[in-house]
Design a binder for this molecule. Structure first.
Ligand SMILES: Cc1cc2nc3c(=O)[nH]c(=O)nc-3n(C[C@H](O)[C@H](O)[C@H](O)COP(=O)(O)OP(=O)(O)OC[C@H]3O[C@@H](n4cnc5c(N)ncnc54)[C@H](O)[C@@H]3O)c2cc1C
Length: 456
């Protein structure tokens, strides 16, 4: 019988996690995915990019190996082999997700879903009826309406992941997270990279000290970072492009072999139009229980336009499934860690210094440099810092922003402390192993407490 307690459209980190949790809670669950389970994240997003980031890190280290007494001659990337490795990792993970879904008793339909009424959809010629629906259709690359930007040879992140050679030069339009990650990757691969960003800073949502430090580092590594530049046209000139931009009233241009457009994403809503849900700025409107404007229909992940990260999609998926099962689960977005896998890496959670000051809090903002950490020096990774934002009256940890080696791993400690409403004293009282990079977090806490040991 094709009647389900829960039907889920989209098998990304939102949809597949919601499906597993629904099944665990005893709900008869069907997941409909038109492409491959794992969605953008596993197939064309987080995982393939991070596999290439690792290649970039290896090259980065090899180029500096001589300083450590290791002789290596001319390391370079072999793109077809790098792509094979990336595809192997992706296939292993998507296969694992498929296995987990099956073992949890989720029915998987590999087809495009089209909702035909408030309680029915069609997929692969089957009609499916449901008590509850979770929309987890994700997002796709947004191409802005700029002359020439729709040229078929201009790349999005999806196509750049599959490129079979290292271009001589690459202009990246958009200095957000995805643009900056690709800039680090292709710069290490030997390509001349230019980032063009309209705002005054790259990764503008980060704490300002972090975005400035990233721009400085990228410039040092040879990436041209052009901020405050608005691209007005992209002209194809033979096999390459002229990117025309306006900077402070002046018209300038950059010439490059390839162009990547990474200026944002748009919600995938094909197949669900008939539901006539409420939207906000093109995304499905949801409450904290992940309910849409219709009681039995939920939306999760990128299609809600909240914070477009895989772990947010998954947390929203669990929330939706638990509410369907009769629990009272709610999402909170205050403590979502956000990481950028550039060289150097970034990890961030909680308030930035600017946000805390705007709220009128008596702010303590302190930075501990990696260069004062023994492990960082031993690793040859002295660039970076941990910035702690605390409440001057209560010492409560309000935010933590890290740039430097393995920042994305280190940020979890700050997230956990904040989850328990902890203070900078709590971080200090937690003994950190020596020598580790995690000591930079406890040293930053000591700085915030006004009693640093390994710095002044
Ligand atoms: C290059 C890149 C790098 C990224 N790196 C990171 C990172 O490092 N960390 C991080 O947290 N996030 C990262 N993200 C973001 C992350 O991939 C998304 O936030 C996440 O995938 C959103 O999950 P989702 O479940 O909402 O949607 P998606 O993962 O987009 O999955 C939606 C799925 O729905 C399917 N679908 C859509 N419509 C239908 C339909 N009608 N019928 C059937 N199936 C349908 C699609 O085929 C797709 O598989 C990255 C994104 C990109 C593009």
């Amino acid at each position: 019988m094709n009647q389900y307690n829960v039907a889920i459209i989209g098998g990304g980190p939102g949809g597949y996690v919601a499906a597993i949790r629904s099944a665990q809670l005893g709900l008869k669950t069907v997941l409909i995915e038109e492409f491959k389970v794992g969605g953008t994240c596993l197939n064309i997003g987080c995982i393939p990019t991070k596999t290439l980031v690792k290649n970039a890190e290896i090259l980065h280290d090899l180029k500096r190996a001589k300083e450590r007494g290791i002789e290596v001659s001319q390391p370079k990337v072999n793109m077809p082999k790098a792509a094979r490795m990336k595809d192997m990792v992706v296939n292993q993970l998507t296969g694992g997700v498929q296995f987990l879904l099956q073992k949890n008793g989720v029915t998987i339909i590999n087809a495009r879903a089209r909702v035909v009424s408030d309680h029915a959809l069609t997929a692969g010629g089957e009609e499916i009826t449901f008590d509850n629906l979770i929309i987890a259709t994700g997002s796709s690359n947004f191409i802005p309406p700029v002359p020439g930007m729709d040229d078929k040879d201009i790349l999005t992140s999806t196509e750049l992941l599959d490129i079979d050679h290292v271009p001589e030069s690459l202009t990246i339009i958009g200095g957000g997270v995805i643009g900056c990650e690709f800039a680090s990757i292709f710069n290490e691969f030997g390509c001349k990279v230019t980032i063009v960003e309209m705002m005054a800073d790259i990764v503008p949502n980060m704490d300002r000290d972090i975005s400035s430090a990233l721009a400085f580092s990228m410039n040092q590594e040879g990436i041209a970072v052009k901020t405050g530049c608005k691209v007005t046209e992209v002209r194809k000139t033979g096999d390459s492009f002229d990117i025309i931009m306006e900077e402070g009233g002046e018209i300038k241009s950059v010439h490059s072999e390839e162009v990547l457009v990474s200026v944002g994403r748009k919600a995938n809503t094909a197949g669900i139009e008939s539901l006539e849900l409420e939207y906000e700025k093109g995304y499905i409107k949801t409450d904290h229980h992940m309910r849409t404007s219709k009681e039995h229909i939920y939306a999760i992940g990128d299609v809600t336009g909240r914070i477009q990260l895989a772990h947010v999609a998954s947390a929203q998926g669990v929330t939706a499934a638990e509410n369907i099962a009769g629990k009272d689960a709610a999402m909170s977005y205050d403590l979502v860690p956000s990481c950028i896998f550039t060289i150097p890496e970034i990890g961030s959670v909680g308030m930035t210094e600017e946000q805390a000051r705007k709220e009128g809090i008596q702010v303590i903002a302190k930075k501990f440099p990696y260069s004062a950490c023994g492990k960082a020096l031993a690793m040859g990774a002295p660039d970076g810092f941990v910035k702690i934002i605390a409440d001057g009256e209560t010492n409560k940890l309000l935010g933590c922003h890290i740039i430097g080696h393995t920042a994305a791993e280190l940020i979890s400690e700050a997230a956990a402390v904040m989850h328990f409403d902890g203070t900078v004293e709590d971080i200090d009282k937690t003994i950190h192993a020596h020598p580790t990079l995690s000591e930079t977090v406890s040293e930053a806490a000591l700085l915030a407490l006004g009693r640093p040991i390994h710095t002044l």
